[in-house]
Design a protein around this ligand. Structure first.
Ligand SMILES: Cc1cc2nc3c(=O)[nH]c(=O)nc-3n(C[C@H](O)[C@H](O)[C@H](O)COP(=O)(O)OP(=O)(O)OC[C@H]3O[C@@H](n4cnc5c(N)ncnc54)[C@H](O)[C@@H]3O)c2cc1C
Length: 421
């Protein structure tokens, strides 16, 4: 008997380590052959493991649910995450906006540090062992994990099965099903941090082209429902990048709303008022009268994108500055401030990085991660109704909640052993 951990992602592995460090016999049940399949994909294989933002500002990064993380973040802070990996022989470096990566640029180093530490502590790793259910004793406490191979008796269990995105990695929403069966409320899952698909006839063929410093707005009819700023990346199917991915969680889930028109608008000159764009254009036109307009704009945007911009504005890309008519200048101006594309469907779980929704936080004690409904049941990671901005915040949440759930589960298991002795 001891602590069972369901799911060997970053939350489950950290929970296993913390439980074992606190004296528990730990078994991890993982449905895949090997642990951490999604972890290996993080940060394009480089793994943005945490963020150096001040811990006081962390809660703002989790869309209204960040306060729940306060105690977990203090139990195992971003600094402690860094110390853990550095001490495991994985040097880290800070990149833009506080993002922290392994110096080697390999997510596999992060996974190895976790699995080696778990192994060193005597954690049993059971691969190809999918958990189907959690069994309770007559008094209602956690008593066993029901897997495809049978029933494993345990005193406490941490459910760390992740969300529902990139299902080929093993995260298929199983934890929500199990938790619901045990009486927990599940906030419906939605894809978050996902690229947006654009209707094909509006999408330019510009895969790989990046626009910097863009303000994006999602419009439903005339109503703005979400905004972001940063880089935008054109893909084969639509738009991605830091200024697009976080918008996904705000999009409607009802397909019929897309028929009525959901648009994403790009403001390519966001730091300036309307008159500022006009003044910039007038100045550039006056001092470069013998240049083509498209050459003037080359200073700011990639050439391939400019052909598209001029086409969308309805202005010839061959026009010289000296010949630009007032109405064409206005058309270019408004395309710069509001280049818009129709989003064709709800973002997809298969391409989203994170799942919004999950086990309701109201039913979980934030100081221990224990269920308020089932004694001996703990939760950690993306199975919870927590999703963060990109920048290392989702892994940090997985590590902090994993650490706290593992430590608390070990304490619970020790207490229930003493009671039975
Ligand atoms: C492409 C991509 C890039 C990302 N990049 C970053 C990044 O750079 N930084 C960042 O902070 N976040 C990133 N994320 C998000 C981050 O990966 C997740 O938030 C994090 O992995 C969640 O950890 P978890 O342990 O809760 O769940 P998961 O990593 O999903 O792990 C859950 C584990 O549980 C197992 N499991 C599921 N059901 C069962 C079952 N019934 N029985 C047994 N085992 C089960 C799964 O097989 C899986 O191994 C990225 C996500 C994706 C998809």
């Amino acid at each position: 008997m001891g602590v069972g951990i369901i799911g060997a992602g970053p939350a489950g592995l950290m929970a296993a380590i913390a439980a074992a460090e606190n004296g528990a016999h730990v078994t991890v049940f993982e449905k895949n052959t090997l642990p951490g399949r999604k972890l290996l994909m993080t940060g394009n294989g480089r793994c943005n493991v945490t963020n150096r933002m001040s811990i006081d500002r962390y809660p703002e990064q989790y869309f209204g649910n960040g306060k729940f993380l306060y105690r977990a973040l203090h139990a195992f802070s971003p600094e402690e995450v860094e110390r853990f990996f550095e001490a495991s022989g994985v040097p880290l470096i800070e990149e833009n906006q506080g993002r922290v990566f392994p110096k080697s640029g390999r997510a596999s180093d992060i996974l190895s540090a976790l699995t080696e530490r778990a192994e060193h502590l005597g954690v049993r790793m059971e691969g190809l062992e999918k958990a189907l259910d959690i069994r309770r004793s007559r008094s209602g406490r956690v008593a066993g994990v029901v897997t495809e191979k049978g029933i494993r008796e345990i005193n406490a269990c941490a459910l760390c099965t992740g969300g529902e995105t990139y299902p080929t990695t093993g995260s298929t929403g199983d934890g929500a099903v199990i938790a619901h069966r045990l009486g927990h409320t599940i906030i419906p899952h939605r894809p978050a941090l996902a690229p947006l698909d654009i209707v094909p006839n509006e999408l330019p063929e510009l895969p790989g082209v990046v626009l910097h410093n863009v303000r994006t707005t999602i419009l439903q009819g005339n109503k703005a429902i979400a905004r972001r700023s940063g880089d935008v990346l054109f893909t084969h199917h639509g738009l991605s990048g830091p200024a697009v991915l976080p918008l996904a969680r705000f999009l409607p889930t009802d397909p019929s709303e897309y028929a009525e028109g959901i648009r994403i608008e790009l403001d390519l000159w966001p730091d300036s008022k309307e008159t500022g764009v006009k003044d910039m254009m007038m100045r550039r036109i006056e001092s470069n009268r013998n240049m083509k307009m498209i050459q003037i704009f080359r200073e700011y945007f990639p050439a391939s994108f400019l052909v598209h911009l001029f086409e969308r504005a309805g202005v010839s890309d061959q026009v010289f500055a000296r010949d630009l008519r007032r109405e064409d200048r206005k058309k270019l101006q408004s395309s710069l401030r509001g280049l818009s594309y129709r989003v064709c469907r709800t973002p997809m779980f298969s391409t989203a990085m994170v799942t919004a929704g999950g086990v309701s936080l109201r039913e979980i004690d934030p100081g221990t991660m224990e269920s308020r409904l089932v004694e001996g049941l703990f939760f950690a990671g993306e199975v919870l109704d927590i999703d963060g901005e990109s920048g290392g915040f989702n892994l940090q949440a997985a590590f902090s909640t994993g650490f706290l759930a593992g430590r608390s589960a070990a304490e619970f298991a020790a207490k229930s052993r003493t009671k039975h002795e």
